[in-house]
Write a protein that binds this ligand. Structure first.
Ligand SMILES: [Zn+2]
Ligand SMILES: [Zn+2]
Length: 244
């Protein structure tokens, strides 16, 4: 890194630290007028976001499929959740926003991630009785200083006036799953979560729970949590992630 690059990187860090909510584009930093404060994105950056393409998708997990109703994976072994929604593909600026939010200390991005989730939950008409989230493991919470999805879920519940059910805990850290095959992922997350001690399961019975996460990759994590909810008597588990 040259000296100039170092100075630029330092200035960017300061700019990120001093970021004033809603006043500049979260991607290009262009100053925003009143119309663009909702997502804090300028027109150009908003238009470039990787919105999910139209076309055929699996009726359960939402994965792109060429034909039919369900993807091969859901046909072979349907996940425990009932349906998964995501407004974006996990690429480009959406990937960056998620990584910068949870691992680069840009916690202000949580507000805009939540806004996308809330608005999309209305677009696809999600109706639920309560909201849950995929909790992080203790080490990640310590490193990041917060549980990034708990923060989003709290804000989501405030905006949609829904109760948050904070009943799932993560027993173990799941190793990086990106290189694992689906069956290996299912095994890796099988015992990673549990119901917290003292949870009154009668309060969950017959309910529709919305489970929030940042990204759905194979859906193995969401399915593992949905299984716990279903075994506790939850009627339906809908998954909403920013990307998949
Ligand atoms: Zn921009
Ligand atoms: Zn599927």
């Amino acid at each position: 890194m040259t000296f100039i690059e170092k100075i630029k990187a330092f200035c960017k860090k300061i700019a990120d630290y001093l970021f004033i909510d809603d006043y500049s584009c979260i991607i290009c930093r262009k100053e925003l007028d009143d119309e663009h404060r909702h997502y804090a994105l300028c027109d150009d950056c908003l238009a470039r976001l990787p919105f999910k393409a139209e076309g055929n998708k699996c009726n359960i997990c939402g994965d792109y499929i060429e034909q039919g109703v369900y993807c091969k994976r859901c046909q072979v072994a349907a996940p425990y959740y009932d349906k998964a929604y995501a407004p974006f593909d996990y690429v480009d600026d959406i990937r960056k926003i998620i990584i910068h939010y949870k691992d680069r200390k840009q916690s202000y991005l949580g507000k805009y991630i939540t806004r996308f989730l809330v608005d999309y939950s209305y677009v696809v008409c999600i109706k639920c009785d309560a909201v849950a989230y995929v909790p992080s493991d203790k080490k990640s919470i310590k490193r990041r200083g917060f549980d990034h999805m708990q923060a989003v879920a709290k804000r989501f519940c405030d905006e949609r006036e829904l109760p948050l059910i904070d009943v799932i805990s993560r027993k173990i850290k799941i190793k990086d799953q990106t290189k694992l095959k689906y069956e290996e992922r299912v095994n890796a997350v099988k015992d990673a979560f549990e119901l917290k001690d003292g949870v009154d399961v009668t309060e969950l019975q017959g309910k529709t729970v919305l489970l929030l996460d940042d990204v759905l990759t194979t859906g193995a994590t969401a399915s593992a949590i949905a299984k716990i909810f279903k075994e506790a008597g939850v009627h339906e588990v809908i998954v909403l992630t920013l990307a998949r």
